[in-house]
Write a protein that binds this ligand. Structure first.
Ligand SMILES: Nc1nc2c(ncn2[C@@H]2O[C@H](COP(=O)(O)OP(=O)(O)OP(=O)(O)O)[C@@H](O)[C@H]2O)c(=O)[nH]1
Ligand SMILES: [Mg+2]
Length: 482
């Protein structure tokens, strides 16, 4: 491990490294200008809230820029990756992924995980490389691959279902869900408000805002309780992004007025108008203008946190993932194919934070994710897209060590506690091989919020320590650097 970084970031702690980097930057600029061939691939990084999107993207960029830990990315292993450089993004209207701020958090004293983001952002990283094929190399010489990296909340994908649902259908479905466990407890206040509201009464703004606030409070509580992740929507209510506070989000499900019809000017009619507006102005444009332009996707899944909450939480995560998967199978989905007419080429599903387990359990973690994803859907249903699963840690916060437990030597993890930075040795327990073997109350694994980011990661001249980030990269872009 390297020494403690200065609060201002990696450069101050490592002036020699900075000179190196500046020299490389000069080379990079010349390399990019010299390249005869330039290509672009748009990569979506998604996952439910707290899945690890921000840390993944930060480490991916850092590792591509530094290049010392990418053995599984063939272009890097073969010495053909010349340099990587951040460049202005092509969509100025989209927020930029704040790489520098996330690095600064990791470089802090003490190092801290980046803040939750909950909106979409983008970054362009340009790679200059030598094509692997001899003939192509003669023809093209050096080439450039632009990676347009887009981080967006996985919850937004749930909204695909809304395109095929009327306000009445949606309201009925949500209310039915919220009247039974496990949601009934969390949704009690909101359901009581719905029961006390006459949807046939004249619409007024205050009542609409109050209904929306109560519904959002239920969604937020359900998200933070780590339960019911599968049907928490609309997506912008959970992760509002640039729509935070917008009147576009001032609607909520209602109970259909008696008689099943609502007159013009009623609360029901006004809510229905807002719902339609949300579908037309938010959901449809997201799928048509953003989602449809993504070539390759990585979907990050925090299987370990669900495991810690027990069997019901894992089942719920599975249901949520299966709902999310619908967006990646356009052939099976007329709503989506009508909007996009094309499909994503590659989807990598990654179980994140694998540094909470010793190496001999990583395959089991990936296998558990595979079962959650493909138990109900056959992998072949992805029709032509290359779909795969793996377990990774974008930023390794632990080291593996052997320690004695009850007289036997077992594989353990060493890391710094999040609370006070003490170095501890933890036995993480064993994850079950099959979903049905997960204990109802979970709780057998190491607390996955337990560790601080490792000290000095942003100053690591090889790139931040990770587990199998390079394998994920190879699946996402390996062929484009061939
Ligand atoms: N040990 C370890 N913890 C990780 C890793 N990646 C993420 N985490 C933990 O998971 C938390 C969430 O990671 P983020 O990258 O912020 O997740 P996100 O998906 O961007 O979250 P939102 O922006 O809230 O949707 C972090 O604050 C860390 O505590 C990893 O590779 N190793
Ligand atoms: Mg984030």
């Amino acid at each position: 491990m390297t020494g403690r970084p200065a609060a201002t970031g990696m450069a101050a702690a490592d002036p020699a490294g900075l000179a190196d980097r500046l020299a490389r930057l000069g080379d990079t600029t010349r390399d990019l200008a010299r390249a005869a061939f330039e290509d672009t691939v748009r990569i979506g990084v998604t996952g439910l809230s707290r899945a690890g999107k921000t840390v993944f993207l930060t480490s991916l960029v850092h590792n591509l820029i530094h290049g010392g830990r990418l053995a599984a990315l063939s272009a890097a292993a073969e010495g053909r990756l010349i340099a990587a450089m951040l460049r202005p993004q092509p969509d100025p209207a989209m927020p930029r992924f704040d790489y520098e701020a996330h690095l600064a958090a990791l470089a802090g004293d003490p190092p801290a995980w980046p803040d939750s983001t909950r909106r979409s952002s983008q970054l362009r990283l340009s790679l200059s490389y030598r094509p692997g094929n001899f003939l192509v190399r003669q023809f093209r010489g050096q080439a450039v691959l632009n990676l347009d990296l887009v981080d967006y909340p996985g919850e937004w994908l749930f909204d695909l279902a809304l395109l095929g649902q009327s306000y009445a259908d949606w309201s009925a479905e949500v209310l039915a869900d919220c009247r039974r466990p496990p949601r009934a407890r969390l949704a009690a206040d909101w359901v009581a408000l719905v029961d006390a509201t006459n949807a046939g009464a004249a619409a007024d703004d205050a009542t609409m805002r109050q209904a929306a606030a109560a519904y959002t409070a239920y969604l937020t509580a359900a998200r933070d309780a780590g339960t019911g992740l599968s049907r928490l929507g609309p997506g912008r209510f959970v992760s509002p992004g640039e729509l935070a506070g917008s009147p576009m989000l001032a609607f909520a499900p209602l109970a259909l007025p008696t008689g099943g019809r609502a007159r013009r000017g009623s609360l029901w009619a006004a809510m229905q108008d807002r719902y339609d507006l949300y579908r037309d102005r938010v959901v449809r444009p997201f799928f048509r203008d953003h989602f449809a332009r993504i070539d390759r996707q990585i979907v990050l899944v925090d299987v370990l946190t669900a495991l810690n909450h027990g069997q019901a939480a894992v089942a719920d995560l599975g249901a949520g993932l299966n709902r999310l998967l619908k967006a990646f199978r356009p052939g099976r989905n007329s709503l989506l194919s009508a909007l996009t007419g094309r499909r994503v080429e590659t989807v990598v599903f990654a179980a994140t934070k694998a540094d909470h387990l010793p190496a001999d359990q990583h395959d089991r973690l990936a296998d558990l994710l595979r079962r959650l994803l493909f138990e109900r859907i056959n992998q072949a249903a992805f029709q032509g897209a290359a779909v795969s699963t793996l377990a990774l840690a974008a930023l390794r916060a632990t080291r593996q060590t052997r320690a004695r437990l009850d007289g036997a030597m077992v594989e353990c993890l060493t890391g710094h506690t999040l609370a006070d930075g003490r170095e501890v040795v933890a036995w993480p327990g064993e994850i079950p091989a099959r979903p049905q073997d997960i204990p109802a109350d979970g709780g057998t694994l190491v607390d996955i919020r337990a560790f601080r980011p490792p000290p000095g990661a942003p100053g690591d001249a090889r790139g931040m320590a990770h587990l199998r980030l390079d394998h994920a990269l190879d699946r996402l872009i390996g062929d484009r650097l061939a």
